[in-house]
Design a protein around this ligand. Structure first.
Ligand code: 8YV
Length: 324
């Protein structure tokens, strides 16, 4: 029998996924769960037929363009792939795949959770109780902001943006306004009642909550900058479950510091796992460690999807979720 394709896995994955990888490939699992260095990624590209990578791996043009490369596919664990230079991969003839759809619901759930947490001061309240600083119930204690019936502004109306909008509209009776880089035909909204804006500014001017759902990378880098924060309503909140680089973190800290916006709920950061010190001090900011897809069900689904992409590629087919 022909040798099984060799696959190097850069992160620890759910058990079921690791079992499947071992069943189908000559899989080298990352048992100590430590992120790969650039050098280790290059060695992996030289010694394996395929890599299964995560958002923790920086696959720059320099890393990809390694001499005597053996790998012909990078199956990314995650829908976002701005950590992979896909233009370089394409030029080198390396296939790249991602894992859309399976994480849409859980990421949208998390966006809603951040919206509720910031508006209702959940993190702050929890810290207070745990610190033993809750003295008594008082009518004016820790007053938050009503979510139901407010206006949600979505930047990036793809799968996750729409799933978030649907939850907001059906669960909380919110009005939805949105901006998408290419204008969406009404039938693409699948019955969702949402007002499409021509500019980001139009969304910012109306929204009580602004939730980011666009991809990261050059095109959207610092889309939320000082000018855009100034264009938000002073009582509005920013929610980011997309990518850290969509937000200019220094400008965000500034806007929060000067009361230009009311608060922020963040799951992603410009330089993960680093979080700006200024944000750590602010009670009106909720900070999560990139948990959007972090449920047992979704993480397993993502893994099995990556495995299927690898299988199809090694069988000489176009992988179902090919990006390039
Ligand atoms: C993952 C994500 O946690 O899919 C994405 O784009 O950000 C998350 O689902 C991460 O990408 C894992 O590699």
């Amino acid at each position: 029998a022909a040798a099984r394709p060799k696959v190097i896995v850069t992160g620890r994955l759910p058990e079921e996924v690791e079992r499947e990888l071992q069943a189908r490939f000559d899989a080298q699992l990352n048992t100590d769960d430590r992120p790969f260095t650039a050098r280790e990624l290059q060695e992996a590209l030289q010694t394996a037929d395929g890599l299964l990578t995560t958002v923790a791996d920086r696959l720059t043009a320099e890393v990809l363009d390694v001499p005597s490369r053996r790998a012909t596919i990078i199956a990314n664990y995650g829908v976002g792939y701005n950590h992979i230079d896909v233009h370089a991969a394409k030029a080198l003839g390396i296939a790249v795949t991602n894992t859309p759809d399976v994480l849409t619901d859980c990421t949208a759930d998390l966006a809603i959770m951040l919206m509720l947490m910031t508006a209702r001061r959940a993190g702050e309240g929890e810290r207070l109780v745990r610190a033993g600083r809750w003295r008594s119930w008082r009518p004016t204690h820790m007053i938050g902001t009503r979510v139901s019936g407010k206006t949600l502004g979505i930047i990036g109306m793809g799968r996750i943006g729409q799933a978030t909008a649907r939850r907001a509209q059906h669960g909380f009776g919110m009005k939805v306004v949105f901006f998408n880089r290419s204008r969406l035909a009404p039938e693409r909204l699948d019955g969702l009642d949402a007002l499409q804006c021509d500019t980001v500014e139009e969304v910012l001017a109306q929204a009580d909550f602004v939730s980011l759902h666009c991809p990261g990378g050059e095109e959207t880098r610092h889309l939320m900058n000082a000018t855009r924060f100034a264009a938000m309503q002073r009582h509005a909140f920013l929610i980011n479950t997309a990518r850290g680089d969509v937000v200019d973190e220094a400008a965000l800290a500034d806007a929060l510091g000067h009361g230009l916006i009311a608060g922020a709920g963040l799951d992603v950061y410009e330089h993960e796992p680093r979080v700006p010190a200024a944000l750590l001090e602010m009670e009106n900011v909720v900070l999560l460690p990139h948990l959007g897809s972090a449920t047992r069900e979704t993480r397993t689904g993502m893994g099995l999807m990556a495995v299927d992409n690898l299988s199809a590629h090694f069988a000489g087919q176009t992988p179902p979720n090919r990006v390039v």
